[in-house]
Design a protein around this ligand. Sequence first.
Ligand code: SAM
Ligand code: SF4
Length: 327
Amino acid sequence: MLVDNYHRPINYLRLSVTDHCNLRCQYCMPPGGVQKIAHEEILRYEELLRLVRVLIPLGIKKVRLTGGEPLVRRGITEFIRSLSRIDGLQAVCLTTNGTLLGEKIEELYAAGINKINISLDTLDAQKYHVITTRPLWHKVWEAIEKALSFGDVEVKLNVVVMKGINDDEIESFARLAYKHPLQVRFIEFMPVGCGSRWSGEIYMPGAECMERVRKVGDLLPLRHKEGAGPAVVYTFAGAAGEVGFINSISQSFCAFCNRMRITPDGQLRMCLFSDDELDVKKYLRSGMQDAELAGLILKAVKQKPLEHAGYSRLIHQCHRQMSQIGG
Ligand code: SAM
Ligand code: SF4
């Protein structure tokens, strides 16, 4: 089984399926976008499927597709269909910027996706244009409404909280949870990688964000569901939805981390913030047998770092862009 040297079981795989993106969020990407990885360096779908099949007997139960923007990759629906047919895989989830979701949601749902995280950092269309450099707020909002109309799709909104940029909207985002059956997740800004055009001064600790949310109503804690991830989740009396806080920097959840990540170019990363990588692509393409590949991955998992380095030392620490690792 996939267990590291600190006895943490690893059962959650985040697959960054592309480094391409149709947005240029200022907190994620440099102005000219990222230097693209050559097409042949990107893991093919059949290689990803093989990798997942190798990992399931080792304990992986849940796969999340991220990127870049996963919905810009051609053939993504077919890939999801193939993934969701793999025996033993309990959930196939998606993190998306939502801009292409409205037009694809029926086929994605039919292919097996039923947990969707949609990133939306503002409720103001003009501010959205500034943050993402594209005028697509209405498309994302329509996609959110459409996703909610599929009763059994679990919808979460990812809001990266940024001082002076969108902190004036914290209460408005929290109020969405009263009205809609979704989870609004307030995520601490992580000034990591070399992509972000904004740095430390926009960071707001989760505790400060929570104080603002309390102005909307008393927070009623919800029991942590197994496999629900690092968010600490609350609801309000009479609310249809929930609010969650992901305090990646101020309240590290490293002790409970169950994740491993694959970058689009086939590197296995055991920690978002650590540049230690295993070149899985090299082995997938070398004719190596599954059992040997599994052995190498088991060894790499053992070396998962106990924790990340803490806020000040994180800044610009890892050499990859957030859009390559997938958040
Ligand atoms: N393109 C998709 C999207 O935006 O949802 C998936 C990839 S994106 C890198 C995954 C998540 O990382 C998004 O929710 C995004 O808001 C978050 N993210 C990107 N840069 C971040 C940063 N510097 N700090 C915190 N979260 C960040
Ligand atoms: Fe693209 Fe997502 Fe990064 Fe925005 S956060 S630039 S949508 S990868």
